[in-house]
Write a protein that binds this ligand. Structure first.
Ligand code: PAF
Length: 270
């Protein structure tokens, strides 16, 4: 993959890159379509990265669909799919990790302490292999997007990090590979996440600046169905992810909630 990338650089080809963990859905496809528009060459990586899962998390049962993914990649006119093994990504003796300090502390970083270290490390490794000019990530994983933008800035990486809007089902549910874990009943309950974002947006638009009042309404909306339990609900500065005490622009509402055993996240600008 790296030799191919260097040969494309020699030919002055602009490389767009979409890193994924596979089980591709419309959200990933929107990133690939953007990549197809922005680059001469489009690379997709599929790698379920063990370093970003805690031992108690869903690494073993994370959805995998290589055949389906390759068909979708072909439909999106991907030039190369990088599909490495664990031995290639983490050879024996591997001991170097990337830590992005502040933006990874709260939110998902508080509930999943080693998660963003694993994400930043694998993404930097993938960048070094794929040598992209532009890399595209979904805003659905907003903290991940900010973490990677921060890493790219701090380490002077020669790559533009582009964020793309969350893709939703017609009823509002944010697309996620983990939606596959939901039962019929849980799928309905999961709608409370996107509905609660709407409530917060309306409150902010009506000039309700009391953050606690907004957070309280969001929690009530999420937990009303009895199946959903919030992990966190925060309103943060959109760029630094510092928690806000009064509502001011640019702000982002970020939520994580368990629907049954499945942990889902969602967010929006408010
Ligand atoms: O968002 C994902 O799918 C993963 O966290 C990523 C960026 C591919 C790193 O493993």
């Amino acid at each position: 993959m790296q030799s191919l990338a260097f040969s494309w650089h020699k030919q002055n080809q602009k490389i767009s890159f979409v890193p994924t963990m596979g089980a591709l859905h419309e959200g990933h496809l929107s990133l690939l379509r953007e990549g197809r528009k922005t680059g001469d060459k489009l690379v997709l990586s599929i790698y379920v990265n063990p370093a970003q899962f805690a031992p108690t998390e869903d690494l073993a049962k994370y959805p995998r669909d290589t055949k389906g993914d390759l068909a979708k990649a072909s439909d999106c006119r991907v030039d190369a799919v990088f599909f490495p093994s664990n031995e290639v990504m983490y050879p024996k003796g591997c001991q170097t990790y990337v830590e992005v300090a502040n933006v990874t502390k709260g939110l998902c970083g508080a509930s999943r302490p080693s998660h963003f270290r694993g994400v930043a490390t694998v993404v930097l490794k993938l960048f070094n292999i794929v040598q992209p000019h532009v890399a595209i990530f979904g805003e659905k994983d907003y903290q991940q997007l900010i973490t990677i933008q921060t890493m790219a800035r701090d380490l002077n990486l020669p790559v533009e990090i582009k964020g793309m809007p969350t893709v939703r089902e017609p009823d509002g549910l944010a697309l996620s590979s983990r939606n596959a874990y939901l039962s019929k009943e849980e799928r309905i309950a999961a709608l409370s996440l996107s509905q609660s974002l709407k409530i917060a947006k309306e409150m902010a638009a009506a000039e309700k600046k009391d953050i606690n009042e907004i957070l309280e309404s969001v929690k009530k909306a999420i937990e009303a169905n009895g199946l959903t339990k919030t992990d966190y609900i925060k309103i943060c500065d959109s760029e630094t992810l510092e928690e806000l005490t009064t509502l001011k622009s640019p702000a982002r509402l970020l939520i994580a909630a368990f629907v049954g055993k499945t942990r889902l996240i969602d967010n929006c600008g408010i």
